[in-house]
Design a protein around this ligand. Structure first.
Ligand SMILES: Cc1ncc(COP(=O)(O)O)c(C=O)c1O
Length: 372
């Protein structure tokens, strides 16, 4: 076999729905040396990561870890640890990721009660209220806070208030919201939330931050059946993350060191300042892209600031424009998913990508391509 050349990724500006641009400090942290997963250094980093995640999740939850795997592993951790066969699970489905939660819950043996809304619209709290009234024994209600397939922001606070004094758990996907828009785990009564590293935290994909409330812990302790995953069973995962600090699986410590640096950057900036930066930069893009006759697919009250789905006017080949942007300017944006398809774009200004100058860079490149 001929020698294989080194794999050197092209320098892309990542303005899609994730991964987002990574700060050089995080890249440098990822390339530091390797230690064993039982090294005291690894546990010290894990404890610090857990502490910083509590600040970002705005929670006091003891069970706050970063599980090995991407956001979907976080989703599966929540579903498999909380759901038992025969449980009723209410899931908001208004895009790809709500549908993924419903799929996972069905695979876990749940009776899934979907609350379907058209793509581009949030799940109304009244519909959650009536679903829970119709299914008072529901084990959990699961919603996606930031639906990445459409760019919808799901209001949570009122729904959390509804569920707070019931036996039903409130599970929220914060994969695209954590670190970018307000997430108030404790104040909103969220019992389990899961995220990823590669969006508003601006760390390459590989770990899934999770947090579980005392109410969720009590539900797990009362399980009648074993969790249908060995790897993601929190009773095992906590052996490594919890005070026992013993072997469960070979924790990817380098990824953890990268997340540690990413979280240090988040806290240096301040969580609220970071939310404000995402709001400001996202709104600026939304305003300026509409000046170019693009139509935003989500209404102003329901729209995420930092992840926008849009349709270009007739006569613009959205898929070709996107390809040309990558080929000629090294800028990545994404096409639509599912129902919206390739006629549309999804543009993210997330984490390190949420910068005014990057809005200009993208729009200048688009103008050039549209004129050319
Ligand atoms: C809202 C949401 N949930 C879950 C996921 C799954 O995360 P991952 O692709 O990291 O497994 C994504 C990925 O984009 C997402 O946007």
């Amino acid at each position: 076999m001929q020698p294989v050349p080194a794999a050197v990724p092209p320098e892309r500006l990542l303005l899609g729905p994730g991964p987002s641009p990574v700060h050089p400090r995080v890249l440098e942290a990822l390339a530091r040396g390797v230690v064993g997963h039982l090294d005291p250094f690894a546990f010290e980093v894990a404890d610090q990561v857990a502490g910083m995640l509590r600040t970002v999740f705005r929670t006091d939850n003891a069970l706050t870890y970063a599980v090995s795997g991407t956001g979907s592993a976080g989703m599966e951790t929540a579903v498999l640890n909380l759901v038992e066969p025969g449980d009723t699970v209410v899931v908001g489905v208004n895009g790809v990721f709500g549908a993924r939660v419903a799929d996972m819950a069905g695979r876990a043996g749940a009776e899934v009660v979907p609350i379907e809304e058209p793509w581009g619209r949030p799940i109304p709290p009244e519909r959650v209220e009536s679903a829970v009234r119709a299914h008072p024994d529901a084990k959990l209600v699961a919603l996606v806070h930031a639906e990445t397939s459409t760019g919808v922001l799901q209001p949570l606070e009122e729904i959390g208030g509804l569920l707070r004094d019931t036996d039903t758990l409130f599970v929220v996907d914060v994969v695209t919201s954590l670190g970018g828009v307000p997430v108030e785990t404790d104040a909103w009564g969220i019992d389990a939330a899961y995220a990823c590293t590669q969006k508003c935290l601006s760390v390459p994909p590989g770990l899934a931050p999770i947090t579980f409330s005392r109410k969720a812990e009590a539900a797990m302790a009362a399980r009648r059946t074993t969790v249908r995953s060995w790897y993601l069973d929190l009773a095992g995962v906590r052996r490594w993350w919890g005070p026992e600090h013993s072997y469960h699986h070979s924790m990817p410590v380098n990824a953890l060191v990268g997340l540690h640096e990413g979280l240090r950057l988040v806290l240096e900036e301040g969580v609220e300042t970071r939310w404000a930066r995402h709001a400001e930069v996202g709104r600026l893009f939304q305003e300026h892209v509409q000046d170019r006759d693009a139509a935003l697919l989500v209404g102003p009250d329901d729209r995420l600031p930092h992840l926008t789905s849009l349709a270009w006017p007739d006569g613009v080949d959205a898929a070709k424009l996107r390809r040309r942007l990558l080929e000629t300017h090294d800028i990545e944006v994404a096409g639509g998913l599912g129902e919206h398809g390739d006629r549309t774009w999804r543009v993210g200004f997330m984490g390190e990508g949420a910068r005014h100058e990057l809005v200009d860079r993208l729009l200048d490149a688009v103008d050039e391509l549209l004129e050319g």
